[in-house]
Ligand binder design. Structure first.
Ligand SMILES: CCc1ccc([C@H](C)CC(=O)N[C@@H]2O[C@H](CO)[C@@H](O)[C@H](O)[C@H]2O)cc1
Length: 802
């Protein structure tokens, strides 16, 4: 299977390509090559084969003079690319054979590639999955973001507590990008506004250059390739020689250091906007460069700006690029002389906004004075936009209010479509955060339930299951995932189930070997691998998972000879560095693990494992090995979740609440193949209104009360008895995320899981039906929805090839 009908590549030919790059690009011969050299040579040999489809796609897009999609995101959580590109080019087997024929260990070479961790979590990974689907569907698109020098921090545990160190993915050359020094734009900040014959002229105080780095994104079967364009900040003046000559060496390199600060590091918060000036500058930096770039491209094709929306669809990945509205209006007015009202309506016709969270602390609101200081012209334009909005609708919703610029309201008013990311979330967006604007602009809010790319999250990360699926239903499913439904008919076939379980066991053994080699941790592959991997946050309720684990530990100790199902509780996830409670939860999990894993009575029945530095590559090893998927957020809080989809696709049934996309997953797989527990979103709101609901829940649950007493009294922190007293007190007094109220239901449902898991064939059938019935959660379906309902962007490649 290779791209664009070129002759199939043989392992011999591909080995020659690798050796050519080893020599010509790395200046090494095989006998002296290091792991880095082999990894680079393999990457470059693969990259060579992306360039033709890339050029072809660009040429076809120009010819079509159609619509381009621009996906603006502060985050692209890409992970590694070697396997992804090899699989999409249909060269994964060839590359493996070629490297092995050169005496190299393919898995070792692939694992040498650093993750491109240019994101925090769900939002960033969704953007990466969307880029894969846009190319697979042949929809002309650009992803625009920031080329951070340092991605998401590296997590280390010191005595069980999270420590952060700077991530250094660019310490070595990044094989997949092409530098574009000729593509660079001035980005202005600060300064003053001058009235010049009635027009406002912005005299900026500071300017940096944004220069482009392009990474081709090839789709399935190499039929199309789009561009991910990431911006890096460069100084307008590289080096101040006069300062240097005066011996002021620091002064000499200050301009460079200052400018580069803007694209230096990813902000590690994924729910709390921290209102830092640098964050606002980062948001404006990449958004302005992207808007300038797409306008230049449009005008270079002779476009008429009044018809911009016929050729340009801009998707805002949350509010982080919401300044795109005022920036486009600014350029249409100030640079192209368009009339204000027309500029606003033209911009709105191009723009759409996706909301990814209801958490009030995550909705960006910039202090007005800071905003005026950094973006004085945009502040004025937002006032114009607000005036037009109030005049048109008679609404009372302001964008600038109480000394704050509300980016959610700005994004909403400047978008022709607003979407949530799951059916429940989109309803809650209409009923809560944007209830008033939903009344002002009926029909503007729609839903597009998230999805995941099956290339990375099944075909590539789970070869054992992939091969079984190929043999059972053929090989067309990777870009037509609902074909997996065909597996359902085999879900009662013992031979099929045996092979399905064998694939799971292969992945569990692979994980056990990986953890043994990396952390010296020994897992019992016969135990149930119960996995919760995601950012640490109180609403995701890792704490409730741990409380259930301790309660189980107590029960096993009380009745050691009981009929217990051996379990391994696997946690993975980072806490934002400033998120104190989340870091306490990490510390408690590790402290509990230390005591429980050493308990001679229970150690063969219960184990807690928390590998450091969870990232995309670790997810690709953990998810195929999971037996149980933990999706236990407080109902109404997880906008969608996408990990939930990945686990179900890889044959791990879910224990979860009716939250986010869990609701739709349960509808697809069937209630009998989903372990549901807990309060619904409406019940959560009702319970929270009751007085001391948490205290009463604890009083009603002796099992929970016992666990909280143990934690509070220092059982898991003998060296610092009161270490978790505050955490427990907070739970009993506040418990905003109703851990106490859902605990008993969660505990009982976990016992149902134990019983179900003990019946191997019934469990495997349930697992197989999960895989068979979640084809709808492909990001190809999601992107097809955006293209149909928001962008009106046709595919430029014909129907898929079987
Ligand atoms: C300003 C700081 C900040 C940074 C990132 C965010 C993101 C919106 C948080 C995020 O990743 N949200 C997740 O988005 C996923 C993709 O839609 C959803 O599946 C998750 O439910 C949602 O939590 C909020 C606030």
């Amino acid at each position: 299977m290779s791209d664009m009908s070129s002759p199939p590549v043989t392992p011999q030919a591909f080995s020659a390509d690798i050796l050519r790059h080893l020599k010509q690009s790395l200046g090494k011969d095989a006998s002296h090559a290091a792991l880095y050299d082999w990894r680079m040579a393999l990457s470059l040999a693969l990259r060579d084969r992306v360039v033709d489809p890339w050029f072809e796609s660009t040429r076809k897009t120009y010819e079509a003079r159609g619509k381009r999609v621009y996906y603006l995101s502060m985050e692209f959580l890409i992970g590694r690319l070697i396997e992804d590109v090899a699989v999409n080019l249909g060269l994964d087997a060839v590359a493996q054979e070629a490297l092995e024929s050169l005496g190299q260990d393919y898995a070792k070479v692939v694992a040498d590639e650093p993750d491109a961790a240019l994101g925090n979590g769900g939002l960033g990974r969704l953007a990466a999955c969307f880029m894969d689907s846009l190319s697979t569907l042949g929809i002309p698109a650009y992803g625009y973001g920031i080329r951070y020098e340092h991605g998401l921090f590296e997590q280390h545990f010191k005595d069980g507590a999270q420590m952060e160190t700077a991530e250094t993915w660019l310490a070595q050359r990044h094989a997949w990008e092409f530098e574009r020094p000729e593509v660079s734009y001035p980005i202005h900040f600060g300064g003053v506004l001058r009235e010049v014959d009635g027009a406002q002229v912005w005299e900026p105080g500071e300017t940096v250059m944004a220069s482009a780095y392009d990474t081709p994104v090839v789709g399935w079967q190499g039929r199309w390739a789009n561009t991910l364009r990431l911006w890096a900040a460069q100084p307008t003046m590289a080096f101040d020689l006069s300062s240097f000559n005066r011996g002021d060496y620091m002064g000499a390199s200050a301009p460079e250091a200052l400018a580069r600060t803007i694209s230096r590091v990813l902000y590690p918060d994924d729910t709390t906007e921290d209102g830092k000036e640098l964050r606002l500058k980062q948001e404006y930096f990449f958004t302005s460069a992207s808007i300038q770039d797409l306008l230049r491209r449009f005008l270079s094709e002779g476009g008429d700006l009044a018809a911009l929306a016929d050729h340009v669809a801009i998707q805002l990945n949350d509010t982080h690029p919401a300044i795109a509205g005022p920036e486009l209006v600014r350029l249409l007015i100030d640079a192209h002389g368009m009339e204000v009202a027309l500029a606003i309506s033209t911009a709105r016709a191009c723009l759409a906004y996706t909301n990814h969270t209801l958490l009030p602390e995550a909705l960006e609101r910039w202090p007005e004075d800071l905003f005026i200081r950094v973006l004085p012209r945009h502040h004025r334009i937002i006032a114009l936009i607000e005036a037009a909005h109030l005049a048109e609708t008679g609404s009372h919703v302001r964008i600038i209010e109480h000394g704050e610029v509300k980016m959610g309201e700005l994004a909403f008013v400047m978008a022709h479509r607003v979407n949530g990311v799951s059916a429940l979330h989109s309803d809650l967006v209409k009923e809560t955060v944007f209830a008033d604007l939903n009344r002002d602009y009926p029909g503007r809010i729609i839903n597009q339930t998230n999805g995941i790319t099956p290339r990375r999250w099944l075909y590539s990360c789970n070869p054992a299951l992939r091969d079984l699926i190929n043999e059972t239903i053929g090989t067309a499913w990777p870009d037509d995932l609902q074909q997996l439904e065909g597996l359902s008919t085999h879900a009662s076939d013992a031979a099929f189930l045996e092979r399905f379980q064998a694939a799971k066991d292969t992945n569990k053994a692979r994980l056990a070997n990986w953890l043994k080699a990396r952390d010296g941790v020994v897992l019992d592959p016969a135990a149930m691998f119960d996995v919760q991997i995601k950012r640490i946050h109180e609403y995701k309720r890792q704490l409730m998972n741990l409380l259930e684990t301790i309660a189980l530990w107590n029960d096993i100790r009380d009745t050691p000879n009981g009929n217990w199902t051996p379990r391994v509780k696997i946690f993975g996830g980072k806490a934002a560095p400033g998120y104190v409670v989340a870091k306490e939860i990490i510390h408690l999990i590790n402290d509990a693990a230390a005591l429980i894993n050493a308990d001679p009575v229970t150690k063969d029945l219960l184990q807690i494992v928390y590998p450091e530095n969870y990232n995309v590559s670790m997810a690709e090893i953990l998810i195929p090995a999971a037996d149980l998927s933990e999706q236990i957020s407080t109902a109404g809080k997880e906008a969608s979740g996408t990990g939930n989809m990945k686990f179900a696709l890889n044959g791990a049934p879910t224990i979860g609440t009716l939250d986010g996309a869990n609701v739709e997953i349960r509808d697809c797989v069937g209630a009998e193949n989903f372990f549901l527990f807990g309060l619904t979103a409406a019940e959560v709101v009702a319970r929270r209104a009751e007085p001391s609901y948490a205290r009463r829940a604890v009083e009603a649950s002796p099992r929970l009360a016992r666990v909280l007493k143990q934690i509070e009294s220092g059982v898991f922190s003998p060296s610092e008895k009161a270490r978790y007293a505050g955490l427990v007190q907070g739970l009993v007094d506040h418990d905003y995320f109703l851990v106490t109220c859902d605990f008993d239901s969660y505990f009982e449902t976990q016992r149902e899981v134990d019983t179900a898991f003990a019946d191997q064939s019934a469990w495997t059938r349930m697992a197989a039906l999960n895989t068979a019935r979640v084809g709808w959660f492909s990001s190809d379906r999601t992107i097809a929805g955006y293209a149909r309902d928001i962008w009106n962007a046709p595919s430029l490649i014909g129907p898929r090839r079987s």
